[in-house]
Design a protein around this ligand. Sequence first.
Ligand code: ADP
Ligand code: MG
Length: 684
Amino acid sequence: MNLQTPLTNLVGIGPSLSYRLKRLELNSVEDLIYHFPFRYDDFSQTTTVREAQIGQVVTLLGEIWSIKNIFTRARKVITQAIFNDGTSPIELTWFHQSWLTKQIQTGDRLQVSGKLTKYKSRLSIIMPRWEKMTAGHPALDAGSINIDSGFRQNDMVHTGRLVPVYPETEGLTSKWVRTKIDQLLPQVLPQIKDPLPDYIKDDMLALTDAIKKIHYPDNWQDVEKARERLGFDELFYVSLATQKARAQWKKKPLIHPLKINKLDLGEFIKKLPFKLTGAQNKVLKEITSDLSKAQPMNRLIQGEVGSGKTVVATIVAYLVYQNGLRTLFMAPTEILAFQHYGTISKLLEPFGVRVGIYTGSKKKAKDTNVVVGTHALLSEKLTTTDVGLVIIDEQQRFGVEQRTVLRNRARVPHFLTMTATPIPRTVALTLYGDLDLSIIDELPKGRPQIKTYLVPEKKRLDSYKFMEKKIKEGDQAYIVTPFIEPSETMMTVKAAKVEFEKLKKVFPNLKLGLLHGRMKSRDKEQVLTDFKANIVQILVSTSVVEVGMDIPNATIMIIEGAEKFGLAQLHQLRGRVGRGTKISYCLLYTSDYSSDRRRLKYLETTFDGLRLAELDLKIRGGGEIFGKMQSGRFEFKIASLSDIQMVEKTRQAASHLLDLDPNLDKYPLTAAQLQKLAADVMPD
Ligand code: ADP
Ligand code: MG
């Protein structure tokens, strides 16, 4: 057996277990070894009943005096045992586990862990963890379980230690995972070679020690040291992968070098319906500087919703058009594609540029210079050699395959990526280390502030009245229905439909429209057209529907279930209003006002997306706000992006190593590890 052995080859893993393992993406022995606990139950305090306090979490060593199943009138099964540790008998109680009477018998010696409570005036542990102590177990005689058994100090797997708890899927318990890892780890651990160069490892744990300790910590310090090492690796290899990709990209030949006619560009910009902001100009300069080189550009524009990224991208598309080349503009959804198509046509067609659309349902791209679309754009038909620029909006929404488009060709076009996700710079340099970073950190002048209020439930009717009044004055509103799952599943859609029906009754005199990702594109387009034309006055939508929508007459946004979102996400959502010149409002509702109040109140006073992202990191940890973004690019089991120091440290280590040895010739293990990890996350 080795690390690559499929788990299904192991004894005792049948079809149903295989299915559950697959759901957790556990395929090989290695996957299981790298299936890390997300928390630990501290059952390390071995004690006696006499010494223990009620309410204390304890581990006890003793004997089963009796065990039986009791069937209640409600046809429930309770398993009850009397257990004696030599100081005082107590009761052990389990629910719905009638098979336990087959596994545990009178006279068995057990170690049990759990919380000591008083239940019906008797000392008990409800649903204890338990394991049998087999004859000859040293702990039976020694009276202590801290004996050195070679592999690790503590021989117990499920009790009497810091017991790891693993991410579970239905029917696959932590107990099963612990048992399996306990069997496999001693066999495969010696096969693991540490790919991290020694000089970087420094005083961190060796990889094998870290893996052992994450599953079998002797104390909390072990947990910390193991997490430090394993977290370091995660960030380090991502940094290494993005930085290496950057170096490789720089070597790629560009398919069509461009000529930039500054005068003409200036004329074009002058004719735009507004003056560019300082930040837009700065970013445009960075881009034109890229484009005047013989190397392909690979740049990320980061800027808040409404900061004018699309406009900048459109100017760049114009430049490419002047060179007789085509631009593909890829939007993450059809709704956004239609909207961008509208905006870009309006800006470019007066200059003779022909703009096309290409999505699953609408294909009009023949003889056009700029094609806006969804990933349908990647079809052979469009990715022809006259493409000079690919623009990707909100790239974290695209899968690897879609991001890889055109990058594998011998000669590549320029790439421009845009994101509204506020990412602290240090984090961006790691996650997007392969891209050059441009930041639009200024909103166009005259944007009204979005007055934001966290509304207690008892004021809901007042706020509805307020909204109705505004709508009667000609304004429009968005109502975002609760976010249930990160992707738009049936459940989320159903919640939106229910809310829509409810609201139609609340506002019988207003015209409401419903928008969600599962609608037919024709219907989506119709609702959007109606909303744009103010035929629909309130747009009820799921939260996954488009942060990028641009309807200046919409001035009110209501967000239901705000507690489910990160602050930065809420900030992005509210960016759909306040796009015109009128004062706009964002009203937040939460299902638990008192407990969410402190966090959500930040939105009333803070209007800086990056600042809110940092607050999110502080309050909820990185996983939550970066959740979506990571799922598009990297996933971390252990590392936290909120640990800015660690992020910085790993990036520097990676960059130093690549300076030292750009092809990792002297570090073949590191190179192999990188290749393995990078294969499925990085283009190139
Ligand atoms: P983003 O893509 O960053 O969300 P957009 O490019 O869609 O932003 O711009 C948002 C809105 O602001 C659009 O209506 C656009 O026409 C307008 N806009 C963009 N740049 C400026 C500017 N410099 N001055 C005034 N309005 C602008
Ligand atoms: Mg946008």
